[in-house]
Ligand binder design. Structure first.
Ligand code: ATP
Ligand code: MG
Length: 492
């Protein structure tokens, strides 16, 4: 860790960073900020949640000449939510300089964006589709841009986005500086990236593992049809502050959020088929804690920084190791702890090995809890909470009533009742979760990294996760529906 004041940045920016509550620079920040300030191209790779946004945001703000009313910085991000989040962070970093930052993304009224563009922003943060739209309408001109950032660079240079990126970059002056950042950078993508850059330097924060140590990682071997009960039991035992459940397809997400709601959890889903207004309102409710469980496709996997996410459940194991890294990286951010649990069906065990080999980290096996386990787990937590409250809180105000109650009822009955109030008993309300086709069986050695196979259908504008498998195994006719009305009393 280094001090921001040692990194050669202006007083205004230093103050802004201090106001954001940052005390010391993270390793990726202290390594890349001075380098980026020198002006060369740069690839920055560091684990999720380690402050890559400020690592490119600070030098970008430093390079903006606010006396010029022109677009000087361009940041491209794969999803709308991420574009908004990054623009907010840039706005904070640039507050001391009064740098104007604007986010442009699909799903928002374009005429509103055109009006905002008339205020002459210095920095534009956008999703590829909407950026191209503005370029074609000539409502955005990039001929004054000197710095370009691709956040989630590997995703942006993957199939489906690369043509958009190429065409956006073709309207930026040749001598611009390019900064690429991501937690993952598979080799085939790195080679593509280098084509876009001029003698790039690579900064890779040295870490033995690709994931942060603050996330404890588990897998549960569980047959497809037992996944839902396993999930609810785990949630009951873990009592997450905020949890994200990742599903493979949009339909999966809809069914899961519906089923969780039926069983008494406050859950909502987010995926690329929802209107932008809906996506934003779900995310806002999740950040505020109005909903505890966010069910999502990979649309929420990259870059989103939501504090308080303590648990990530991969209801379906992701197809690519990179997706795994980004999904679980929604927890364990900025030095906080987190837990990630991945469900693996017996047929999909080879994917687990691929993920582990890529991340260089073994997941620990966790047994699928039975109804009894779930109850015992919850009772342990309830006991702890009661003990803690009894020993650490001031109970004077409650004692008179407590004494009174003990005259009517035995202490045992009252404590038992208090415990019961903490516990969510098994709920048997019927829910429907369609069976997902397992990922195609593959021999471990056949994994070659993504990016070369053209498997991702082209679809513009930030619907990251949903682009991937929207055709394949999502709505195929091979699904079986089953009704999960009676949870089995035990599962293996
Ligand atoms: N120097 C710092 N000190 C304290 N907190 C920081 C610092 N830098 C960034 N943060 C905070 O850490 C969190 C994660 O930062 P950020 O979103 O930039 O991570 P990231 O590396 O881009 O992760 P991802 O790979 O998931 O996109 C944010 O809440 C950010 O405000
Ligand atoms: Mg990021």
């Amino acid at each position: 860790m280094a001090l921001f004041s040692e990194l050669g940045i202006s007083r205004n920016t230093l103050k802004a960073v201090e106001k954001m509550g940052f005390e010391e620079a993270t390793p990726i920040q202290s390594e890349t900020i001075p380098l980026a300030l020198e002006g060369g191209d740069l690839i920055g790779q560091a684990q999720t949640g380690t402050g890559k946004t400020a690592a490119f945001g600070i030098p970008m703000i430093e390079k903006i000449d606010v006396s010029k009313d022109e677009i000087q910085g361009l940041i491209i991000a794969p999803t709308r939510e991420l574009a908004i989040q990054v623009s907010e962070e840039l706005y904070k970093i640039g507050a001391g300089n009064r740098a104007r930052v604007l986010a442009v993304y699909g799903g928002q009224d374009i005429s509103r964006q055109i009006r905002a563009l008339k205020k002459r922003p210095h920095i534009i943060v956008g999703t590829p589709g909407r950026l191209l739209d503005h370029i074609n309408r000539k409502t955005i001109r990039l001929n004054t841009v000197h710095t370009v950032v691709l956040d989630e660079a590997d995703e942006m240079l993957n199939m489906g986005f690369i043509e958009d990126i190429e065409s956006i970059l073709s309207s930026v002056p040749d001598d611009h500086q390019t900064l690429l950042f991501s937690a993952t950078m598979p080799d085939p993508i790195r080679r593509i990236a280098e084509r876009f850059m001029h003698e790039p330097k690579t900064v890779r924060v040295k870490a033995r593992e690709m994931t942060v140590p603050a996330i404890s990682q588990y897998y549960v071997r569980v047959p497809e049809r037992e996944k839902f009960d396993t999930l609810t039991r785990l949630i009951d035992i873990h009592t997450p502050e905020l949890a994200i459940v990742f599903g493979r397809t949009k339909r999966r997400v809809d069914e899961l959020s519906e089923a969780l709601t039926v069983r008494g959890y406050t859950a909502e889903g987010i995926h690329g088929d929802l209107t932008q207004a809906r996506r934003m309102s779900v995310l806002r409710k999740f950040k505020e804690g109005t909903i505890d469980v966010l069910v999502a496709t990979d649309v929420a996997a990259r870059g989103l920084d939501i504090s308080g996410v303590t648990h990530v459940y991969n209801f379906d194991i992701p197809q690519d190791p990179e997706s795994y890294v980004h999904r679980i990286g929604r927890t364990g951010r900025a030095g906080k702890e987190g837990m990630a649990i991945t469900f693996v069906t017996p047929r999909e065990m080879s994917y687990l090995e691929v993920v582990e080999r890529t991340t260089k980290k073994k997941m620990e096996r966790m047994k699928a809890p039975t109804v009894t386990d779930a109850l015992e787990g919850q009772l342990r937590t309830a006991k702890e909470k009661l003990y803690n409250a009894a020993s650490s809180e001031n109970l004077t105000a409650y004692l008179p009533l407590a004494k009174e109650m003990l005259e009517d009822q035995t202490a045992e009955d009252l404590v038992a009742a208090a415990l019961k109030l903490f516990v969510k008993e098994p709920d048997e309300k019927p829910v429907t979760i369609s069976e997902e086709r397992p990922l195609p069986f593959r021999k471990e050695s056949s994994y070659k990294g993504k990016g070369g196979s053209g498997k991702r259908p082209y679809n513009r504008d930030g619907r990251s996760g949903d682009r991937r498998r929207s055709g394949g195994n999502s709505q195929g006719g091979r699904r079986k529906s089953y009704s999960n009305s009676k949870p089995k009393n035990q599962s293996k």
